[in-house]
Design a protein around this ligand. Structure first.
Ligand code: ARG
Length: 465
């Protein structure tokens, strides 16, 4: 095995240590990006007068051939090479001889690996964004179908107030839209050209980095070559965006596991996305969502691992940074898998309207009773006391507001009139809400329309994918 640095050493590398330290087994995933970067670098070297036009053309043709072969046959991208950069360079030299050997002029793998990872994230993040948006689409579709269906909301996991089922579903769409934006931010952070930084001090060749950046679709060039060689902030930002998205998928999973459970049954999972028990014939288990919840720990681990790897590094490139790719690829795969299964689960949900609505009634209308008294001039704090006492009586007698006679209402407060009976229902409760973020049916309809309009404006396909 020849390396890119063999001239310095009298002996061949220790085979086991070399293999252990090589990254080709996993950074082969950057193959396309490595070739893309080299094509642009060859062009920049030609402009700088380092390569002749014919050398640059030969390199360009050979790199495109290598890319084509790698794309059509994934088995092609393998070998005993130290990393993907060495692999591409070896193939190039095998094809072109000296012209191939000139490509690495003024360039270091330190910046190359940063470039590749930036290019990779730039083309892969939109795929994850589309997957996140697809869940928003699934939630929106369910919200549309739910119409004005009611369910209880919970605080402290105790019944709180009636809400529209659509409001609950959109409550899970909102954080996913933030995740979409957070992923866009991570992509934007990665979108800077590190080439021209050399190994650490910059490059001595007249490379026009602004043109090179434009060629590769970057909107800027990094500010400092020392910083650039060890900057993995963009990778950490990506891992944070993935971890946060997983938080939201995990919470959605948890809500659905509970609300589809036998104790609630507000929704039902499709059979296709449920699992059975090898022993208990009655079981209908939510394994896919449990796995989503479980994999969230992995996503957090990837972020923490990279932060820890980064924190003690002296300035400049250090091999520790090679570890960045494990976490980035695993986070991507984890999120891609989880988003796909969550979308399918949400698409397959069936709402049990009667059961959900029944649970939205009862003592969780207490706030509406207090609001009724406020409307009759009672200070809220006093109204809360009056209704609290009424609730205490109803709990002791295992009754609900709807069972109260007018005399009983009046005994609690002489401000109660006959209209209290219509005012204290789940439907009246949601209809009474006034703010745009509330569960009032008109606000929820507007919110749903806004999310649908957002979805309609999303790019169907990103040109960089
Ligand atoms: N495989 C290395 C990585 O992933 C590439 C950069 C190697 N640079 C070096 N000076 N050894 O970080």
């Amino acid at each position: 095995m020849t390396t890119l640095w063999s001239g310095r050493f009298a002996a061949a590398p220790d085979a086991a240590a070399f293999e252990w330290g090589s990254s080709f087994g996993f950074d082969r995933r950057l193959f396309e990006d490595d070739v893309t970067g080299s094509v642009a670098w060859a062009k920049a070297l030609a402009h700088a007068g380092v390569l002749s036009r014919s050398e640059a053309d030969a390199i360009d043709a050979a790199l495109h051939d290598i890319l084509e072969r790698g794309r059509s046959d994934p088995g092609f991208v393998q070998g005993a090479d130290e990393d993907v950069h060495s692999f591409v360079e070896r193939l190039l030299v095998e094809r072109l001889g000296d012209a191939g050997k000139r490509l690495h002029t003024g360039r270091s793998r330190n910046e190359q690996v940063s470039l590749d990872l930036r290019l990779y994230l730039r083309r892969r993040i939109p795929v994850l964004q589309a997957a996140v948006a697809a869940i928003v689409g699934a939630l929106t579709g369910q919200a549309r179908q739910a119409g004005d269906a009611l369910m209880p909301s919970y605080t402290h996991f105790r019944p709180a107030q009636p809400v529209l089922v659509a409001h609950f579903l959109l409550a899970h769409a909102a954080p996913l839209r933030r995740d979409y934006a957070r992923l866009a931010g991570a992509r934007e952070e990665a979108n800077a050209l590190p080439l021209g930084s050399g190994a650490i001090a910059g490059t001595s060749y007249a490379v026009d980095v602004a043109t090179l950046a434009a060629d590769l679709g970057f909107d800027r060039v990094v500010a400092n070559s020392i910083d650039a060689s060890s900057d993995r902030d963009f990778a950490a930002t990506f891992l944070y965006a993935c971890a946060m998205t997983m938080v939201h998928l995990s919470r959605l999973a948890e809500d659905l596991i509970i609300l589809c459970g036998d104790e609630h049954r507000f929704f039902e999972f499709s059979d296709a996305l449920s699992t059975g028990s090898s022993m208990m014939p009655q079981k209908k288990n939510p394994d896919p969502l449990e796995l989503v919840r479980g994999k969230t720990g992995r996503a957090f681990g990837n972020l923490l691992a990279l932060l820890t790897t980064m924190k003690g590094l002296p300035s400049g490139y250090n091999k520790d940074l090679q570890e960045d790719k494990h976490g980035v690829f695993d986070a991507e795969d984890t999120l891609a898998g989880c988003t796909a299964v969550v979308k399918s689960v949400v698409d397959g949900l069936t709402l049990n309207r009667e059961r959900a609505a029944a649970a939205a009634s009862g003592l969780l209308l207490a706030t509406d009773v207090a609001d009724y008294l406020v409307g009759r001039g009672v200070p809220f704090r006093s109204a809360h006391e009056i209704v609290g006492a009424l609730v205490r009586k109803l709990v002791a007698e295992q009754r609900e507001f709807s069972s109260l006679s007018m005399d009983e209402w009046r005994a609690a407060s002489d401000r109660f009139e006959a209209d209290v009976v219509q005012r204290v229902t789940p439907e009246a409760s949601v209809a009474a809400k006034r703010t745009p973020q509330s569960t009032s049916p008109s606000a929820v309809r507007a919110a749903l329309g806004e999310v649908e309009a957002w979805l309609a404006l999303l790019p169907l396909e990103n040109p960089l994918c």
